[in-house]
Design a protein around this ligand. Structure first.
Ligand SMILES: Nc1ncnc2c1ncn2[C@@H]1O[C@H](COP(=O)(O)OP(=O)(O)OP(=O)(O)O)[C@@H](O)[C@H]1O
Length: 711
């Protein structure tokens, strides 16, 4: 056995040397060719190709591949080894494929193969190809050094099922600052999503840590590879909850060799399109209202402003109002430029409603205006007396200006203000507060989608502004209205919409059920996936977090852990006068433990986080305070309010003040605490002074209560 392993290692060593030498030599050759900055188009195209090859080889160089699959295609007489890496590499002289791009059809078997003696298959452009798999091997290569060779499957061997050993090895590594690619360990259920066809709106419900964000980013890389003739990176867009989150995920796409994809938040994107005509109220006000403690929080109903204005029935009501606006847009008044020159309103209506029907409203108005001017010019030509012609021209223009005052060019905001004031269905309190706010030229987040909708009806959507693919992360916090607006701007309904209803902490604006989105697309054009396995946290952490979710009193899907065991979750009661000192000691302990390079101290509110940050800084720690305006994710030690922890992950998490007043037995608080706990990869500690939160009370078997280091 030992000998076999040694020989496999030697074999792989040799192969690696050859492949690495080929990559280095190709890269060297390309680097010797200077970049082209001239005007010749052919040269420019060639230079671009060389540049992307340089880029690909630079990615391949240090870690050329991560897996090997020996596959014997039906009709062939021997298995051929396929080496799978982030980018494909060919031997320049022989054309032999040294490394196969992970996105290539044949590589899909590396991810879908789960063992057994049966035939395996993949979809090639020429149809389904079948054959037998003889070996699946994981290889860890760093800086061209072969570090690990592990066979997950060998035909005829004892272990017929593909083992998770390599996945566990990857998961046990601790995290640096950013989210990373997972090409070497993509799981079968994730691979199905990544390789789904382009013209589908995919909705993915995935438990915390199931890899939703990561999978969505890999899907973009796949689409760009598979549909390279039809889609462009600059026409793809990712919507994420905030700028810091965008920074946190910013390494994955470059690691996969993909650049140029637009990444933004819905708010930033919408405000830009709306030409900053309006200002958004400070989101911090609403956040402190909803994430305040206890009695201060509003009751959550479907009449909450975000829920109400985000529903499709509001869109339909606006649609009706827009329709009415359009129908009455051309007044039933003739235009007389001068005596004897009258344009009947029926003619103008004919132009507006029939001839220019296909243009958006504002453009139609401009077209009719220009056409009336042309009509006046023709009428003038019929006037022979020169002095009259001059007078008519002047007075006709003045009359047209007055006449067009009946056709006011309204902005989307002016129209929206009227529509809201005229609404027959909006709850009165909401209508009044909106009208009051609009007087100050201010709007709330939930007004952005209706404003964009009206804007698009007025001005249309430029073909340059249409997306080839749209990703919405943390989509449970989006409204159907927002998705409807994005649907108008996304070609062929090509969407990846991902989120977790159990983490819907912004329920005052988000959805309750994925059907709220799916109904926008229809069955044929959409697909629904569930990811129930969680890869982030240890079994102990996931079991603990699941209990919290069960106590929420709402129907939930519990996360299934991969078999990775760690220490028990720590829950510790602290006397009030020991609180700060205990936090300091715990942080020091967690930072020193070997597998914690990122540690988060998670407080209940913004203010509590700020105070803790001050305390830790004074105690000599280098810590980053994460607040709602934060744009960069720095890693190391972070202090943050719990609602901002969504989407992030840390080797160790310390939740402070998990007591009955801060985390009540309500669905909202359960979701909030669930989000906080599921941020931890390896260590989860919770401290409380006073009575422990009912969400985690009486869990003695699951937890450790006695591990705090002594002072
Ligand atoms: N197949 C995989 N192999 C290795 N690591 C994985 C795999 N899938 C997910 N992970 C890891 O699990 C963690 C969670 O991934 P990600 O943040 O994408 O999940 P998520 O579902 O978006 O989480 P959440 O909803 O809790 O924010 C990351 O560290 C990611 O690298």
């Amino acid at each position: 056995m030992e000998e076999e392993i040694q020989s496999a290692y030697q074999q792989e060593l040799q192969r690696l040397e050859q492949t690495a030498a080929e990559i280095d030599s190709q890269l060297q050759t390309l680097q010797n060719i200077p970049r082209y900055y001239g005007d010749d188009l052919t040269e420019q195209v060639l230079d671009n190709i060389r540049e992307s090859q340089r880029h690909a080889l630079a990615i391949a160089g240090p870690e050329p591949y991560f897996g090997r699959l020996d596959f014997e295609e039906e009709g062939k007489d021997a298995p051929a080894p396929l080496y799978i890496g982030k980018v494909g590499v060919e031997n320049i002289d022989t054309g032999e494929l040294l490394v196969i791009d992970w996105r290539a059809p044949v590589a899909s078997m590396y991810y879908s193969f789960t063992g057994g003696e049966d035939a395996a298959s993949y979809d090639s452009p020429d149809g389904v190809i079948q054959g037998l798999i003889y070996l699946k091997r994981n290889l860890v290569i760093r800086k061209q050094i072969l570090q690990r060779v592990v066979d997950a499957y060998e035909r005829g061997g004892e272990n017929l099922a593909v083992t998770d050993e390599f996945l566990l090895y990857r998961l046990s590594e601790n995290k640096d600052n950013k989210l990373r690619d997972i090409v070497s360990t993509i799981q079968e259920e994730q691979d199905k999503i990544i390789r789904s066809a382009k013209n589908l709106a995919l909705v993915i419900q995935g438990v915390a840590g199931s890899g939703k964000t990561t999978v969505a980013l890999h899907r973009l890389a796949f689409l760009l590879y598979q549909y390279r003739e039809n889609i462009r990176a600059e026409r793809m867009i990712i919507f994420a909850p905030n700028s810091m989150f965008l920074d946190y995920i910013s390494s994955v796409l470059p690691e996969l060799g993909v650049g140029g994809i637009q990444q933004t938040t819905f708010t930033d994107w919408a405000l830009e399109l709306l030409d900053h005509e309006i200002q958004l109220t400070d989101p911090a006000d609403r956040l402190s209202e909803w994430f305040g403690i206890g009695a201060k929080r509003p009751v959550l109903t479907d009449d909450a402003p975000g829920r109400w204005k985000g529903r499709l029935s509001f869109l339909h009501e606006l649609d009706e109002q827009l329709h009415h606006y359009e129908k009455t847009f051309v007044p039933e008044v003739d235009f007389t430029a001068w005596e004897g020159a009258t344009l009947r309103y029926q003619t103008m209506q004919e132009w507006f409603y029939t001839e220019y029907k296909h243009y958006p409203l504002a453009k139609r108005r401009d077209r009719v205006h220009a056409r009336i001017k042309r009509w006046m010019a023709m009428e003038l030509d019929k006037v022979w007396e020169v002095h009259l012609r001059k007078d008519f021209k002047k007075s006709g223009s003045a009359k047209l200006r007055t006449f067009f005052k009946h056709w006011p060019a309204q902005t989307q905001f002016q129209l929206y203000k009227q529509f809201v004031a005229n609404s027959q269905t909006m709850p009165e309190a909401l209508q009044q507060s909106s009208v009051k706010l609009f007087k100050k030229k201010r709007v709330e987040l939930e007004d952005l989608a209706p404003l964009l909708y009206i804007r698009d009806r007025l001005h249309g959507i430029e073909s340059n502004d249409v997306f080839d693919h749209t990703v919405i992360d943390e989509a449970q916090d989006f409204s159907p209205f927002q998705v409807a607006v994005l649907k108008e701007r996304t070609r062929s309904d090509s969407f990846t919409i991902l989120g977790d209803l159990s983490q819907g902490i912004h329920a005052y604006q988000g959805i309750r059920d994925w059907n709220e989105f799916l109904s926008l697309f229809g069955e044929e054009a959409s697909g629904f996936f569930r990811l129930d396995r969680s890869y982030r946290s240890t079994m102990e952490i996931i079991h603990f977090a699941n209990v919290i979710l069960e106590r929420s009193g709402e129907p939930v899907t519990l996360a299934k852990p991969v078999f990775r065991s760690g220490e028990k979750v720590v829950v510790h009661a602290v006397a009030p006068d020991q609180r700060l000192e205990t936090i300091t000691r715990s942080v020091a302990h967690l930072l020193q433990s070997g597998d914690s390079s990122t540690v988060a101290v998670i407080a209940r509110t913004d203010d509590e986080a700020r105070i803790l940050h001050e305390h830790l800084t004074t105690a000599g720690f280098e810590a980053t305070l994460i607040h709602s305006g934060q744009r960069q994710y720095r890693g190391g030690l972070s202090v943050l309010p719990i609602y901002l922890s969504k989407g992030l992950e840390f080797d160790a998490v310390l939740l402070t003040d998990v007591d009955e007043t801060r985390y009540e037995l309500t669905p909202q608080d359960a979701k909030l605490l669930y989000v906080g706990c599921t941020r931890a990869l390896h260590h989860l500690w919770l401290l409380h002074t006073g009575v422990v939160s009912p969400l985690i009370a009486d869990l003695s078997d699951e937890i450790d209560t006695n591990v705090l280091p002594s002072s």
